[in-house]
Design a protein around this ligand. Structure first.
Ligand code: NAD
Length: 315
């Protein structure tokens, strides 16, 4: 749960507001809903394709439905003050498995949502992704750097990101796009951190794809929730912001952190590289610090140690 709201800090304009969280049964969305449900009237729209009904906070109302269904989406957006738009085909492999569906969900439904939010006069905070940059020519990556995604997930997220910013110009809609880097935390199911946790829980070797020198900017989900709350409050609308720590961790280093945090001894082994795996990723966080007053607080060491301890106990 977001500690700033959990500790009773001023929720600002979110207090008693009508909030829609699409994808609120998913990994990031359920943490966001946990933070918002005590202060706002929160409605979740999620088809539970990867999310879980049981992850949704008891004070929020859940509609199990598909954002590509216009009537369902229109009912959900009507009367809202804030829409946090997280529902998506949320992984590179998921989008590669069915690119037309990824475009329907991540792009067409986003355009529909933006039209509906314009009618409702709602602010839209969009979960964009570092995948919009593709394989960056240099790091850290700034918001204005080249965007050249070469796989359907990144392409779809870039289209959504452009649409969200475009509606701010075309329709004078309050929008903020947050380009999330590698988010991790409790409740995550896909990705390298959960894979390592499962492997260490089973006492199996940690499997690193490729040589492990590829770097990522791992940002804790509690920090991402704080960034989303900041996006709901900012005057800097019509903008996109990187959300990361600004630090990098190689996959090999991550495996070492998991191994050292675990009470069991496991080896680190290497497997084939994954398709579309970029060698480097690191956020330039200057703009988010300046305009959102957002800075990540959780280091990878602290975040991963807490996850390992939660999963299997202290080392
Ligand atoms: P997730 O898969 O846990 O959450 C996505 C949610 O959307 C799920 O609950 C799923 O059931 C729901 N959903 C999918 N298709 C839907 C549809 N057609 N209608 C209604 N609901 C639908 O993924 P997450 O990691 O929580 O990601 C949330 C958002 O953040 C996504 O937009 C993702 O692209 C973005 N993002 C995530 C990361 C990350 O590292 N996890 C990084 C960058 C961006």
């Amino acid at each position: 749960m977001d500690p700033t709201l959990a500790r009773g800090a001023d929720p600002g304009p979110l207090l008693d507001s009508q909030v829609l969280v699409t994808g609120g049964a998913g990994f990031i969305g359920s943490h966001l809903v946990d933070a918002l449900a005590p202060v706002a009237d929160v409605h979740v729209l999620d088809d539970c394709s990867t999310g879980r009904q049981t992850a949704v906070h008891g004070d929020a109302t859940l509609t199990v439905g598909d954002i590509t269904d216009h009537e369902t989406l229109a009912d959900a957006v009507a009367g809202t003050d804030y829409v946090f738009h997280l529902a998506a085909i949320s992984s590179v492999p998921g989008a590669m498995a069915d690119p037309p569906r990824a475009l329907d969900v991540n792009v067409s439904a986003t355009a529909d949502l933006l039209d509906l939010a314009t009618d409702a006069g709602a602010r839209v905070v969009f979960a964009s992704s570092a995948a919009v940059y593709g394989d960056p020519s240099s790091v850290p990556i700034g918001e204005t750097d080249a965007k050249d995604p070469r796989e359907p997930y990144g392409v779809s997220k870039l289209a959504g990101d452009h649409l969200v910013r475009g509606y701010a110009d075309w329709k004078d809609l309050d929008t903020v796009a947050l380009r999330l880097f590698n988010v991790y935390g409790p409740g995550q199911t896909g990705g390298v951190v959960p894979s390592f946790l499962e492997q260490v829980q089973r006492g199996e070797p940690l499997v690193v794809h490729g040589d492990g020198t590829q770097t990522r900017d791992f940002v804790h989900v509690d920090d991402v929730v704080r960034a989303m709350v900041a996006a709901a409050r900012t005057d800097a609308t019509g903008e996109s912001f990187n959300v990361g720590t600004g630090d990098v961790t190689s996959i090999h280093e991550l495996a070492t952190v998991v191994r050292d945090a675990a009470p069991v001894t496991v080896d680190v082994v290497h497997d084939d590289p994954r398709p579309a795996d970029v060698p480097e990723s690191q956020a330039d966080t200057t703009k988010a610090r300046r305009d959102l007053e957002f800075e990540a607080r959780t280091t990878v060491e602290d975040g991963v140690h807490a996850l390992v301890e939660r999963a299997i106990g202290p080392a």
